[in-house]
Design a protein around this ligand. Sequence first.
Ligand SMILES: NC(=O)c1ccc[n+]([C@@H]2O[C@H](COP(=O)([O-])OP(=O)(O)OC[C@H]3O[C@@H](n4cnc5c(N)ncnc54)[C@H](OP(=O)(O)O)[C@@H]3O)[C@@H](O)[C@H]2O)c1
Length: 230
Amino acid sequence: MSTAGGSNDRPTIAILGGTGSAGGGLALRWANAGYPIVIGSRNADKAAQICDRINAQVGRTAASHDSYRAAAARGMIVALTVPYAAQRSTVEEVRDALDGKILIDTTVPLVPPKVARVQLPEGGSAVAAIQALLGGSVKVVSAFQNVPAHLLQHLNHDVECDVLVCGDDIQARETVIKLATDIGLRALHAGPLANSAATEALTSVLISINSRYKVQGAGIRITGLETSAS
Ligand SMILES: NC(=O)c1ccc[n+]([C@@H]2O[C@H](COP(=O)([O-])OP(=O)(O)OC[C@H]3O[C@@H](n4cnc5c(N)ncnc54)[C@H](OP(=O)(O)O)[C@@H]3O)[C@@H](O)[C@H]2O)c1
């Protein structure tokens, strides 16, 4: 385990899989916004390098790392940013540490090689199975599926796409919306967790658009909102 210095009133966020593209981008952005970060990883050397890079970029010791299980225990809020194939096993590994917490699930149930085709799992969505596994003592919120990870990795890069936030607990959704807003994203209440089927599916649509138009960062923007939602 490594420890991060500095303290403020912001909750510690554990990011399981924070060594990867999506988790690393969120870790950098949240660290820059003042949140203490614990990167959960199976590989301490790799995680230490990511922490060093983040801390250098934000100019303070904001990020530390730990095993998945220990990171989940240290986080007041836990974000899950591992590939779909590892989603369930990772949650099973840390479930004892999640009681009473918010779990932010970013998982898109892509089925390689046809990642540009919507292939939702039985049960409707990837996150539905996780909420069923954990039960009501963990507030599972689905978010960030439609944000291209590479856009998060540059602090001076504005990310224009909206974050659709689904969850059955409105207060938990609100917390995740604030977390997104704090890193410069517009985030919207998108209804109950069941609606995550749409946001998870949308990612394959965006991958398809990226491919057809030879771009890398297709995203979505909701129109018809009079003011930016918060
Ligand atoms: N990439 C994007 O643009 C994007 C955008 C929105 C949402 N997402 C979602 O975010 C999640 C992570 O995506 P990503 O692109 O960041 O993935 P990634 O870079 O391939 O992997 C993220 C991390 O997951 C961990 N991991 C745990 N079990 C694994 C396994 N069996 N195989 C490979 N890695 C494993 C690894 O961390 P350790 O080795 O350190 O344990 C790895 O660094 C996915 O569910 C994806 O659908 C991705």
